[in-house]
Design a protein around this ligand. Sequence first.
Ligand SMILES: Nc1ncnc2c1ncn2[C@@H]1O[C@H](COP(=O)(O)OP(=O)(O)OP(=O)(O)O)[C@@H](O)[C@H]1O
Length: 390
Amino acid sequence: MTLSQTSSPPAPPDSETVLEADGLTKHFAVRKSGRQALTRTPRVVHAVDDVTLRLRRGRVTALVGESGSGKSTVARLLAQLYPRTGGDIRLHGESVTVKGGRRFRAYNRKVQMIFQDPFASLNPVHTIRYHLTRALRIHGNGGSGHGKTGAAELQQALEQLLERVQLTPAARYLDKFPHELSGGQRQRVAIARALAADPDALLADEPVSMLDVSIRLGVLNLLRDLKERLSLAILYITHDIASARYFADDTMVMYAGRMVEGGSSEAVTQHPAHPYTQLLISSAPDPDRILGLGTPDDTEDTSGGEPPSLIEPPAGCRFNPRCPSAMDICRSELPPRFDVPVPVELSATVLAGTIDGESPHWAACWLFDENHGGTGTSGSTAPAGTEASQ
Ligand SMILES: Nc1ncnc2c1ncn2[C@@H]1O[C@H](COP(=O)(O)OP(=O)(O)OP(=O)(O)O)[C@@H](O)[C@H]1O
C-alpha cells in the first residue's frame, strides 16, 4: 500500500497491485434553500479529498475512521458507483472511468463490493439459488447454460460458491429465502454472490458491524481465508481500529475526508503516530475489540471533540481544532506525509510486507517534520499545500 496526500506522479504498476487510486476526491453539492439559493457561491461537502491508496493481491487493507470521515465514499468511488470530482482510479495499472453499461459490468466483474447490511442487500422474495445463479450468469460464470450439461455445470458452480463461504452442505441453503438464514449466513451468501464474479478485489464496507458479536470473528476469518486462497485484494472498512489490527495487513486512517496515517497494521496500531490515531486507539482499550467484538455503537467514539463541518473544513490539518499538540502551522498549512521511524522490534515484519519505494509507516502531521522538532523524514511527496481557500 502506498499513500500520499499530494499529487505526486503515480508509481509504476507492479504485479502485486490490483486497484489503486491517486488524488481521489469527491465533493457533494449542497442543496441551497431559502435565502441561500440567492447566493452565487456553490457549497459542497468535502467528503473525500486527495486520497491515494493501493490495494495489493493477497492483502487486506483496513480503512479506519469515525462516522462521516469519508470511508464509504472512498469505497463507492473505487467501485465506480459515484462519479468522482477528481483523481484517478487504476485497475491493474490501467486508468478506468465507467458510468454504466458494458464497461461498468466488466469493471464490476473484477471489483466487487460487500455491504454492511446483508439483509438489505438480498431480495427477500428470492431464494439463495436465484441470487447466486443471477450473479453467476451476469458475469458469465454459470456454465454453458444449455441442456442437462448446462444445468449440471450451474449446480456445480452454485455448490462451489457456497462451499467457499463454508455454507455446507450447499443443498441445505440453496433453496432457502434470506429471512430463513441468520445474519452471519446471509453475509456469507452476500460474499458468495460477490465471488460469483471471480473478482480480483473486494471492497467490504463494515462487513461485520451489523452482525451478532458471536459470529463476527467467523466472518472475518472467512474473508482472511478467501484472501489467502484466492489471492484477493481486500479493502476492509471499519470504525474499529482494534479489529483492523487483528485482521488487516495494512491500515489507513481517515479523518474528515483526508488520510492522516498509514502503513503496516502492526506499526500503525502498536505505534500510532498521528494524534487522531492515538485518540482512536485510546478510546478502544478493550482487548476484545481486537476480535471484532465491539458493537457498532460502542466502537464509535468521539471523545475529545467532534469532527469538523465538511462544508467549511478547517484550514491546515483538519484535526487541528481537536488536536492537543496543534502548533501554528497546523492551523494554516496542510501537512504532507512524513515517514515515521519504525521501531527495531517491528522492522523485520513491517518491512517484509513493504514493496519497493513505499513507506512502511507515515503520518500527515507536522509533528513529524524535522523543522518542527519532529523525528520523521519528509516522504516522497510534493510540498504541503494550503486548504485556506477551500
Ligand atoms: N450522497 C451524498 N450527498 C451529500 N453528502 C454525502 C453523501 N454521501 C455522503 N455524504 C457526506 O459525506 C461525508 C462522508 O460520508 P461517508 O458515508 O463516506 O462517511 P463514513 O466514514 O463512511 O461514515 P459511516 O461510517 O457513518 O458510514 C459525510 O459528511 C456525509 O454526510
